[in-house]
Design a binder for this molecule. Sequence first.
Ligand SMILES: Cc1cc2nc3c(=O)[nH]c(=O)nc-3n(C[C@H](O)[C@H](O)[C@H](O)COP(=O)(O)OP(=O)(O)OC[C@H]3O[C@@H](n4cnc5c(N)ncnc54)[C@H](O)[C@@H]3O)c2cc1C
Length: 367
Amino acid sequence: MSDFIIVGAGAIGMLTALALRQRGYAVTLIDRQQAGRESSWAGGGILSPLYPWRYADPINALAQRSQALYPALVASLIETTGIDPEHLSSGLLMLDGAEGDEALTWSRRTGTPVEAVAMDKIAAIQPGLAGVTGPGWWMPQVAQVRNPRLLRALRAAVELSSIRLIEGAPVERLELVGGRIHGVRVAGRIMPADAVVLAAGAWSGDLSGLLPQPPQVQPVRGQMLVLNAPGSGLARIVMRGGRYLIPRRDGRIVVGSTVEQVGFEKRTTPEARQELHRFALELLPELREAPIEHHWAGLRPGVPAGIPYIGPHPAAEGLFLHTGHFRNGLVMGPASTELLIQLVEGEKSFFDPTPYALDAPRLGELH
Ligand SMILES: Cc1cc2nc3c(=O)[nH]c(=O)nc-3n(C[C@H](O)[C@H](O)[C@H](O)COP(=O)(O)OP(=O)(O)OC[C@H]3O[C@@H](n4cnc5c(N)ncnc54)[C@H](O)[C@@H]3O)c2cc1C
């Protein structure tokens, strides 16, 4: 019998499995398909919330801690698996001058570098941009990972540890008897465990149907394109009006993203393809010749105020929640895993865990 069953092998489930295994627990990680093929794969891999000053402090606290953890995480994945997740400090240039004072106040308060850039200085940071009509904001420390590679590395690390990885096995429900978790049900059979971690991304709400207090997780679709543009000269992540271009090391450029509440609908739409492509060409006209290699969609685990659920379920003994990372799961993942492990072990946590508890107030919209 496992000490822990983890439901869902996205970035969050795999990070959790590795961390629990490192603490010596017997871990089973279950996914209904191949590990790392949902939201964590579909995302952009930007290691910062977009416009971080618009987000609640608990989100930025996890993001900042993760930013410090990423270099060692990536180095250890390269060493153990040979797979390079391409952690790259490309910086983030925002062409939204109107963010104004809010950005600077946040920068001062958190000690995060955000530099105001006059319009005529923008080309020195990133040449070739079109339609620049005002000042911008430059966050030189923002990095990215190539998330599909990060996931391959995490899956390889899981396979190299003694974690039992079961793929192609949909968990039908959590087994809860008398207020205590006994395991999960897969293909009509109970798989017993002392404890269960719910890390099923956008599907976590569905799996919580029988819980006395289910976490509020909803799918939020995001569509993306990738252009093949070797030699384009794009070296920075560039944002305008909520859309972005991310330059990968091999010359590919990821264009994102839409934010759509359409339930569990993962199909892509011609409208989004056109809109994202138009955005890319308007911002960097030299991309006109670059073919669209792929257009895809993923379902983010949306939660009120964007604050994930991290910690024990108050009315289901043995159940831990690690879900609801919405738009920031890759950047929050390492720190939120660290916090979860500290809560599992009853250690003093790096952060105040209160805002991430199931019953903490999450003021604000799905954000
Ligand atoms: C277009 C887009 C762009 C994004 N860009 C960024 C970004 O730049 N930076 C950033 O930090 N974040 C970004 N995100 C958000 C980030 O991808 C998510 O917050 C994060 O991936 C959530 O990870 P997860 O492991 O919880 O979910 P997922 O990766 O979705 O994993 C959940 C897993 O649970 C499994 N599962 C579900 N139901 C069951 C079941 N019943 N039984 C067994 N397994 C089950 C699924 O198959 C899946 O593998 C983006 C997301 C999208 C869609």
